[in-house]
Design a protein around this ligand. Structure first.
Ligand code: SF4
Length: 457
């Protein structure tokens, strides 16, 4: 399977790639299917069932709202995030949906949208089933989907996450392991971003790719700006106050401060701003997931703000190198918190950001691989236990900590010659096996860890 940098970084909506973006895409795919098969006109009722982790934390992660929006033809890339909640509230109030944006059906929120807290579908923890019924109550069409992390969706015919993206494009420099990637770099005299770029040109021109990546960077910057400007509390009932606005005011007011750790506080700010926007359901770049969406932007902001000579070319190379590492996680382990815990989300993002920064700071391919390995090694075993099923505690702060860790990993690697004991491939294998051993209560179900030890108020 061939994966693009644009599979790892996509524009979407908060708060969760697997629980919001994925279900919205799946619901839209289902209604698009009804339309293209000519079954929409006969449809008088649509039902959705969410299973596993989607059922357990779906409400806190906005999965139910995402399904309603997707059934009404909205896509995560283009849905108006400022009116999304109003659109959902109107559907609930009027007890109706406009399937595909135009075909009216009655909709009873309690009966037609069921979240199963203890039932799962067989192939993945994030399963969902959609059903269209006719006037007689007969099933016209039924389909199951899995949201397998990072906004990726597969339909029920796929037997597992390894079948996910069936793009069989032949790449000039295919790689499935870090060792293979390093061998290509050595043989061809290329950097990791060079290899990624050469592969990307199979799908689109360099000019188009550059434009798309800089658009992604623009959305990341806008997200930070929005997070710094917003005030108040995050939705969901945990009464978590946004911290980015006050930190932003402090940092911009104290221009004469000579604290050597000031740059670290800016990095904290960038990550907090993104993840608070994510928690509020704002416009987000999935990188590679929403829960971990603050890390790559925070480290990229660090690069552009604090590294002399930083420019758009560097931003593009950063994203390409980071994506090369993200691909390794995606195909050899998982980027889904429901599958392997938070090590798959924050751990993968930390590793990707470390690689991206090391690349633009002049690291050799071996040093970049070393940075990526340090980035994941010290996130191994990280559990997913979001309090109240919301992507707030520990998620927001965790992104800030991991962003600083990614910068540290990059700098550690740059002080070496790229040789090290634990390879990135071994660390990724360890992450996959640790995730497999992890109890499901630590995998985005909110049934363990902080989620049960922190009193919601
Ligand atoms: S704890 Fe980590 S994996 Fe779980 S929801 Fe938060 S960011 Fe995502």
């Amino acid at each position: 399977m061939a994966l693009s940098v644009l599979d790892l970084f996509s524009i979407g909506i908060g708060p969760s790639s697997s629980h919001t973006v994925g279900p919205m895409r799946a619901a839209k795919q289902f209604t698009d299917g009804l339309e293209s098969s000519g079954q929409l006109a006969a449809t008088v009722r649509v039902q959705a069932e969410l299973f596993g982790s989607l059922g357990a934390t779906g409400r806190g992660h906005g999965s139910d709202k995402a399904v309603v929006l997707g059934l009404q033809g909205k896509a995560p890339e283009t849905v108006d995030t400022s009116t999304a909640d109003d659109q959902v509230a109107a559907a609930a109030l009027d007890a109706e949906l406009r399937i595909g944006g135009h075909h009216r059906v009655d909709f009873n929120w309690d009966e037609d949208l069921v979240l199963h807290r203890r039932k799962s579908l067989p192939a993945h923890p994030n399963g969902m089933t959609f059903r269209a019924l006719d006037h007689a109550g007969e099933v016209l069409h039924e389909r199951s989907y899995y949201s397998i992390g990072g906004g990726f969706v597969v339909d029920g015919d796929a037997s597992g996450s390894d079948k996910v993206v069936a793009d069989s494009t032949v790449l000039p420099y295919p790689f499935t392991t870090a060792d293979e990637l390093l061998a290509i770099c050595a043989r061809e005299g290329m950097s990791i971003s060079d290899v990624m770029l050469a592969n990307e040109l199979v799908w689109r021109s360099e000019a188009e790719l550059r434009e798309r990546l800089l658009q992604i960077w623009a959305v990341m910057r806008e997200c930070v700006d929005n997070g710094c400007a917003a005030e108040g509390f995050l939705p969901g009932g945990l009464n978590v106050r946004r911290r980015a606005p006050s930190l932003f005011k402090t940092l911009t007011a104290d221009t004469g401060v000579t604290d050597p750790l000031r740059a670290m506080e800016w990095v904290n700010l960038f990550a907090l701003a993104v993840n608070e926007e994510n928690a509020a359901g704002g416009r987000i770049v999935t990188a590679p997931t929403n829960g971990a969406a603050g890390i790559v932007p925070a480290v990229l902001h660090y690069y552009t703000k604090f590294v002399p000579g930083a420019d758009d070319d560097g931003v593009v190379r950063f994203l390409l190198a980071a994506a090369a590492v993200g691909i390794l996680f995606k195909i050899n382990a998982s980027i889904s918190g429901a599958e392997v815990g938070c090590q798959g989300e924050v751990g993968s993002a930390c590793s990707m950001a470390a690689a991206g920064l090391c690349e633009v700071l002049g690291g050799t391919p071996e040093q970049v691989e070393n940075a990526a390995e340090v980035g994941i090694e010290h996130n191994l075993g990280l559990t997913c236990d979001p309090v109240g099923g919301l992507v707030q505690i520990p998620c927001i702060e965790r992104n800030a900590i991991a962003s600083v860790k990614a910068i540290n990993a990059s700098r550690l690697a740059l002080h070496g010659d790229g040789s090290h004991k634990v390879s990135l491939d071994k660390a990724i294998k360890t992450m996959r096996e640790t995730g497999a051993d992890m109890k499901s209560k630590y995998k985005e179900t909110s049934r363990g860890g902080l989620a049960v030890n922190v009193v919601e108020c």
